[in-house]
Design a protein around this ligand. Structure first.
Ligand SMILES: [Zn+2]
Length: 193
């Protein structure tokens, strides 16, 4: 007989909560609560997207879990990043409007590296490397790793009038997003055998 686990969504912490400004700890193999936490984070992400119409990724500190863990769903199913680490940053920067589940009332113009490479472990503890991400994925991963370091997008505000009400989300963010969403798998480097 199969049991299907269901997870109650935890509340998403919002700006002002000091847990959002703490650096998170490395996830360790054998972590007994990890599977449950990943399930909870995906439940939260699904719930947020159902209510708000956006939200592709959430970092563990945003729900009060101080671990270097990120849940993502870019439209092709849920997956998790454990201990993600940027291994290369382009010199070239770009400006982009950013949103955040923990700052529900505002969007912010930030400056990010146009491309990065990064590595992480998946939920089976296989190490994966993604190289030279395009701008849409590059800024997304930089945003999430910032959460693991206790940095919110407001700290990256760039230029005049960089902080706007979320009412401008559709005009400034959705309208500028590529129609075709990239997936991390397209940029994954196969392990050497
Ligand atoms: Zn965020």
């Amino acid at each position: 007989m199969h049991h299907t686990m269901t997870y109650e969504p935890l509340p998403i912490l919002t700006i002002g909560d000091s847990r959002l400004e703490k650096a998170a700890a490395l996830v360790r193999p054998g972590d007994a609560t990890l599977t449950q936490e990943i399930g909870q984070m995906h439940a939260i992400l699904n719930e947020f997207r159902r209510c708000q119409g956006y939200g592709r990724t959430i970092a563990a500190p945003q729900v009060g879990i101080g671990k270097r863990l990120v849940a993502m769903n870019l439209g092709m199913g849920p997956f998790a990043l454990l201990n993600p680490e940027i291994t290369w940053r382009s010199e070239e920067m770009f400006e982009v409007w950013d949103d955040c589940l923990s700052i529900p009332n505002q969007i912010v113009r930030v400056r990010r590296h146009k491309s990065i490479s990064f590595s992480y472990w998946d939920d089976q503890w296989c190490e994966r490397t993604c190289e030279q991400l395009p701008p849409d994925l590059s800024e997304l991963v930089q945003h999430e790793i910032d959460h693991l370091d206790g940095i919110l997008m407001l700290a990256r505000a760039w230029g005049a009038d960089a902080i706007r009400p979320v009412a401008e989300h559709a005009r400034l963010i959705i309208a500028n997003r590529p129609n075709r969403q990239s997936s991390l798998a397209q940029f994954e480097r196969m392990p050497e055998s």
